[in-house]
Design a protein around this ligand. Sequence first.
Ligand code: PLP
Length: 496
Amino acid sequence: MDLMYKSTRDSNNRVLASQAILQGLSSDGGLYVPENIPVLKKSMEELAEMNYQELAYEVMKLFFTDFSEDELKDCINKAYDDKFDTSEIAPLRKVGQVYYLELFHGATIAFKDMALSILPHLLTKAAKKNNVEEEIVILTATSGDTGKAALAGFADVEGTKIIVFYPKDGVSKVQEKQMVTQKGSNTSVIGIQGNFDDAQTGVKEMFNNKELAKKMLQNGYRFSSANSINIGRLVPQIVYYVYSYATLYRKKQISRDEKINFVVPTGNFGNILAGYYAKQMGVPINKLICASNENKVLFDFFQTGRYNKNREFILTTSPSMDILVSSNLERLIYHIADEDTVKTAELMKELSTKGSYEVTEKMREKLKDFVGGWASDEETAQAIKNIYDNDDYLIDTHTAVACHVYNQYVSETNEMTKSIIVSTASPYKFADSVLRAINEEGIPEDDYEQAKVLQKLSSVSIPKAVEELNNAPILHNTICEVRKMQDTVEKILNLN
Ligand SMILES: *Cc1c(COP(=O)(O)O)cnc(C)c1O
């Protein structure tokens, strides 16, 4: 029997995994969720013996039931290959009393590679399976890392085009350079004069625009999404929660069924939601610790049960988490509302009309899997410095947010549960902020020169992704106003 996916806003809207992947967002504006969360079939002993690819198959086959074994294995082998600079794909590193799960060993040195190296393969197979003849246009809003990872994944993939919108003044220098130097005849990159939420709202509006969809179809196109609203991104992210737990077990760091915490630097709530699904699948997880930067909507939500985006949008040193509307929270809301699509739709409507909503007491009860915390830019910098000084380990700003929140959690609870900090980007991606944090004097202006300093300090060699940027020609320079996003898309696609 196939696992079906339904919209968080309409229980009659049911589709297969491949159809959910193709559509990205459901036509009623909701997000696709699996009708039930499958449970891991193999024992931890068996899982612990698997490599990343084998484990990925074990997890994904339970969710993507309308893909054949050959199809899934082909996707997995094409995704998790030597694009990653280690055969472990997602290595765990013990530093002091905690473990860092390094998810930045892929092509664009941020965790988005974990899902975006497989999504193009899932998507093209899904298109074939459903006899889709139109060219697929991936429309993506990015806070910096999704954009590049999606561009890298979809560049020159036959039957696809990709258009990425990023906040012109809201990403790091390296992030911007990575995107505007992207090769591939099917790629477009556009800076908008607004923030990430503007970009995400603009993209969602285009997805929900029925007239635009019709026009697209007449011109032989259809939209899909590479954002974490796509279930095809969420499921591959479950894999590393299972894998890291299994790795700790194999290395005899934990005993059978021992519960551990995961600390997750969070923006759009995609990564941590994958952890929640891993827990439902049977991975022994105690708390999922949700770490925010100064845009602490999620922290406030876990404190009070009220989600309120009516506040100043703050540009921080962890730009990939500068988000006030965490899209994937909608999936959690649906689950804690006992899968009540009417209630979920009602709350999401409040969010779009009033900018806030409040969950019921009964729903709040079900948030006990989560703990919220946040870090200021200053605390983030201090965390980078402390770990560098004490443990000789360099972390990026996003990981440092998680690190600060973890330390705070431990000092408040005195809890000694073993914990994994999910490390979402290489320090090389945010070299400027990292160098400032460790008080390096005379920081060079040029980002490649900064990388050289980091290399000296960290004894980790400069990643290929950064080497490639040196002297790479700029291939994209379009800037547009927020209200011109759709016009820009129509122009790129030559719609008439
Ligand atoms: C995207 C991103 C995050 C936030 O992940 P979400 O799934 O959006 O919560 C954190 N850190 C880095 C480096 C990222 O690129």
